[in-house]
Design a protein around this ligand. Sequence first.
Ligand code: AVJ
Length: 325
Amino acid sequence: MTAQVVLPMADAVLDRVATAVRRGLTAPSKHLPPWLFYDEAGSRLFEQITELPEYYLTRVEWGILAASSPEILACAGSQPLRIVELGAGSAAKTRLLLRAALELQSRVVYEPVDVSFSALESACSRIEQDLPEVEVVPRVMDYTHELDFESSANGERRLVVYIGSSIGNFEPDEAIGLLRRVRSQLQPGDGILLGVDLVKDRNALLAAYNDRQGVTAAFNLNLLRRLNRELDGDFDLEAFSHRRFWNHAASRIEMHLESLAAQTVRLDALDLDVDFRPGETIHTENSYKFPSGGAEALLSTACFTPVSTWTDPREWFAVCLGQVQ
Ligand code: AVJ
């Protein structure tokens, strides 16, 4: 992708932010959607999270892909494969799959899909530098709402890569809905590679979402900074605190922002005043953790046939391949 001038924020994005924030902060239990984390600063903070000692997810999944990419691609069926990645982010782990694909076929098409133009841009330039044999076809698309893949050329199969535990942000029924929509865009012989975080020792989970350096806290609080900037808010970042806990019944880590005092926050762009009780929270994220066999069950429900699952020695993370029959 070639360099482009920075465009003013699209009205559509601002509308989407405004609508979500009004809905979430006027609800009886306040909540905000996790996609709001990823403004420019938030995306940078997330990159930092992936390098934290406590945040095992990225490292463990990287290890699985480093060990098993050739086998995964062999299981994904006959070549040539076209690799589609949902929520491409920085695409660091995907390079392992692309490199393995280049061992099997001389030319690989890589279609990263992301809502964020800047995320796509950095994914593309990394791949183009590292693997010039890969043809990158970036698609700016909000895959949670619209998904359409061009029908692929004769004989080419698609492997949709949805890794990094991104599926864990969705409620179970939403996750099934999303996977079904992906399925509806695919043909027999196509596949999906799903990366999920597994249920494990509670302390390991809790530490991953409250690191000692405070990067996760900064990531969570950055959301309020974003609302101050984009919606003319006056959130006092010192008056809120990062919280996370393990919800065992729902099998998820929850992140919240807790109001440390009784306070009223003004969002001028929404002409909205929001009252907080001391201790009241804004629920900002769910991160679902799967039991063993859970990813396979999810894929089956979405009409994929689970083919094989790869995991690490401790079984902390799983990468699961599903196929369209
Ligand atoms: C990007 C959704 C996989 O849930 O672990 C990291 C986001 N939140 N630390 C996750 C996140 C707090 C992350 N996902």
